[in-house]
Design a protein around this ligand. Structure first.
Ligand SMILES: Nc1nc2c(ncn2[C@@H]2O[C@H](COP(=O)(O)OP(=O)(O)OP(=O)(O)O)[C@@H](O)[C@H]2O)c(=O)[nH]1
Ligand SMILES: [Mg+2]
Length: 316
C-alpha cells in the first residue's frame, strides 16, 4: 500500500513519495510489449532476461515500473529471492488469453507470487492479447470466466481489477494504467474535485487531463459515451502534438467541431490545450455540447489552467 518515504537526516524537505508498480506473468505473455505501448516506445525484440526497471514521472512524482522477465528459470529465482517484491504498491499480472495450454502454469505462478506479499498490493489482472478480432469471441469470453473462477479463492484477500487488453487497441492499454495511477497518486482526489468543479460551472460534457503518452491522469464526464468519445479524440490529438514536438514545429490552436451524427450521440466542440506543469507537457481535452458558449468557456479556461498548475504543484 502507498507509503511515505522516511525523512533523511539533516534534510528539511521530504523525499518525494515513490510508488512501485510491478509487471509479472509467464514469458511471452506480453508484459514488455504492453509497457512499450504505454510509453509509445519500440516493441521489444527479445525476451526480458532479468528485471527491467524504469521510472515514469507524473507531475514530478516518481513511479517505478519493474518488468519481471517471465522465463522459467527467472521465475524460480524470484520465488526464492522474495525481497524483489518488497514495497510493491500495485501488481499487474498478465495472462495470454490465447494460450490456453499455459493457463494452469500461469495461475500456479500467480498463486505462488500472491503468497509472498505481506502488505497487500492492488492487483490488476490483464487478460492480454484479447486482440480486436477475437476480444468478443465466445472462446475468449469463456477463457476469462474460467480463469476468474480459478482465481477467486487465492485472491480473496486482495483488491482486484480485471481488464482485457491488446497492444492493437491503444485505449485498452491506457485504461488500466490510468486507473491504476488514480489509485496511487495522493493528489488524484484533489485534482478530480478541481476538474469536476469546472465541468459543472461551465456545463461541460467531459474533461480529460493526459500526459504526453496519452495516459489519462484525471477524467470526468456526465455520460460514459462522452468519455469514450473524448478519450479517443484526445489520444489522437496528443499523438499529433507530440509528433509536432519531435519535429520542433509549433502546434496549432485546436478547436474541433464534431457534430453528433444523431440525436443524443456524442459530439460537439472539442477544445484541446497543451499545458506545461513542472517543466513537463500535459494535455487537456474538453468537450462541450453547447457550442454557443464556446467563447465564454475559452475565457474561463486560462484561469482554470493556471489553477490546475497550482493545485498540482501544491499537492506534489
Ligand atoms: N497478438 C498479440 N501479440 C502480442 C500482444 N502483446 C504482445 N504480443 C506478442 O507476444 C510476444 C511476447 O511479447 P513480450 O512483450 O516480449 O512478452 P513478455 O511477457 O515481456 O515476455 P518475457 O520478457 O519473456 O517475460 C511478442 O511476439 C509480442 O509481439 C498482443 O496484445 N496481441
Ligand atoms: Mg519481457
Amino acid at each position: 500500500m502507498p507509503k511515505k518515504d522516511k525523512k533523511k537526516k539533516g534534510r528539511k524537505e521530504e523525499e518525494p513519495t515513490i510508488r512501485k508498480i510491478i509487471f509479472c506473468g509467464l514469458d511471452n505473455s506480453g508484459k514488455s510489449s504492453y509497457i512499450a505501448r504505454l510509453k509509445n516506445q519500440a516493441f521489444p525484440s527479445s525476451p526480458t532476461t532479468g528485471i527491467d526497471r524504469t521510472q515514469y514521472d507524473i507531475f514530478g512524482f516518481p513511479i517505478l515500473i519493474w518488468d519481471f522477465g517471465g522465463q522459467r528459470k527467472l521465475r524460480t529465482s524470484y520465488l526464492q529471492k522474495t525481497h524483489f517484491f518488497h514495497g510493491t504498491d500495485l501488481l499487474f499480472y498478465l495472462i495470454d488469453i490465447q494460450d490456453e495450454a499455459r493457463f494452469d502454469e500461469s495461475i500456479s505462478y500467480f498463486e505462488k507470487l500472491l503468497e509472498i506479499f505481506e502488505e497487500r498490493p492492488l492487483i490488476f489482472i490483464l487478460f492480454h492479447k484479447a486482440d480486436p478480432d477475437i476480444a468478443e469471441s465466445r472462446r475468449v469470453l469463456n477463457n476469462i470466466i474460467k480463469i476468474k473462477q480459478k482465481l477467486k479463492k487465492p485472491l480473496k484477500q486482495f483488491e482486484v481489477f480485471y481488464y482485457a487488453t491488446t497492444i492493437f487497441d491503444y485505449v485498452s492499454v491506457l485504461a488500466p494504467f490510468s486507473f491504476a495511477l488514480s489509485k496511487l497518486l495522493p493528489f488524484a482526489a484533489v485534482l478530480e474535485s478541481y476538474i469536476i468543479n469546472f465541468l459543472e460551472q461551465q456545463q461541460l460534457s467531459c474533461i480529460i487531463l493526459m500526459d504526453k503518452n496519452g495516459t489519462a491522469l484525471s477524467k470526468v464526464a456526465g455520460k460514459p459515451e462522452d468519455l469514450t468519445f473524448c478519450e479517443i479524440t484526445g489520444i489522437h490529438l496528443v499523438q499529433l502534438f507530440e509528433a509536432y514536438e519531435k519535429k520542433s514545429m509549433s502546434e496549432p490552436k485546436i478547436s474541433l467541431r464534431i457534430p453528433s451524427p444523431s440525436e443524443g450521440a456524442p459530439g460537439g466542440e472539442v477544445l484541446f490545450e497543451k499545458l506545461e506543469i513542472l517543466k513537463t507537457r500535459y494535455y487537456l481535452t474538453i468537450l462541450t455540447k453547447d457550442v454557443d458558449r464556446i467563447a465564454s468557456i475559452k475565457d474561463a479556461l486560462s484561469e482554470f489552467i493556471e489553477g490546475l498548475g497550482k493545485t498540482l504543484e501544491i499537492s506534489h
